[in-house]
Design a protein around this ligand. Structure first.
Ligand code: GLP
Length: 260
């Protein structure tokens, strides 16, 4: 696992550079898309590169990590709409090439199975962007999630609903109670995981992710088993890392050509 500690804007540029390098190498790449505030500067940077240097998503495929259950099709916080507004509609990405689990399906289990098949049929995810919840969840894999889980229905924790209430007029009652989420096993099949975390409220989750024992209590710790995982954190999110100076030393002496 590679840990990079830098200001938030630099982290966004690093993640965008990795995505751009992938798309220039393989225009039909499969990108894994995260919602939440963590990736928003990455999406801004990608939109800028689309406008200023012609970075194209026209042949790319996108798969979202998760979706709330039951939010109306036109609800602005429905993740499908969030991703459309944050990235897909700002670049040349055909709408039918970006998919998410269907939180409005009448048969939610069937929708989860169909989503797993769609990812597999696309050849799997090349680069998966991730954020992390304060309780250590990735996508919506809450504490207690099976480390081998696949796309399924999950119940959101009170902590996650409180954290996400800021997107629902600060009213926790408006935050759905359930979601569909890629499982930890699904996420682990992506070829490169790029996780972003900023702010002191993420420091404990980041410490557990990088340095804690692998445990369903901190679901992101499963990433310690991934052969190509990059953790991009600002100073505040890195503030509890025990080996921070080693991570800095390693990154500072990394050859520029190596990329993430
Ligand atoms: N389902 C999303 C996750 O994919 C996201 O990583 C996390 C952190 O969100 P933020 O980046 O806004 O802190 O919370 C949400 O609940």
């Amino acid at each position: 696992m590679e840990v990079v500690i830098a200001p938030a804007q630099e982290l966004a540029v690093l993640a965008a550079e990795a995505i751009e390098a992938l798309l220039r190498r393989r225009p039909q790449a499969v990108l894994g898309l995260a919602t939440g505030s963590s990736p928003s500067q990455v999406y801004d940077e990608l939109a800028r590169r689309h406008t200023e240097s012609g970075l194209s998503f026209a042949q790319a495929r996108g798969f979202m990590l998760d979706e709330y259950v039951g939010l109306a099709a036109d609800h602005p916080e429905r993740y499908r709409n969030v991703i459309a507004a944050d990235i897909a509609e700002r670049v040349d990405w055909p709408a039918d090439q970006v998919q998410g689990p269907d939180g409005l399906a009448s048969d939610l289990s069937a929708a989860c199975a169909a989503y797993e098949r769609a990812i597999a049929d696309a050849g799997g995810v090349d680069l998966q962007l991730l954020g992390i919840g304060t309780d250590g969840h990735i996508a919506f894999n809450e504490p207690g999630s099976s480390l081998a889980s696949r796309t399924r229905i999950k119940t959101l924790t009170t902590q996650t609903r409180v954290d996400n209430a800021r997107f629902f007029d600060g009213d926790v009652e408006q935050v759905p109670t359930h979601c569909l989420t890629q499982g930890l096993g699904t996420i682990m099949e992506a070829r490169h995981l790029v996780l972003l975390a900023t702010g002191r409220h993420k420091a404990e989750a980041v410490h557990q992710l990088v340095e804690g024992p692998v445990s369903a209590l901190w679901p992101a710790t499963v990433m310690q088993f991934h052969p190509h995982a990059t953790v991009l954190v600002d100073e505040a999110a890195a503030s509890r890392l025990q080996l921070a100076s080693y991570y800095r030393q390693t990154y500072d002496s990394k050859p520029a050509w190596q990329g993430l």
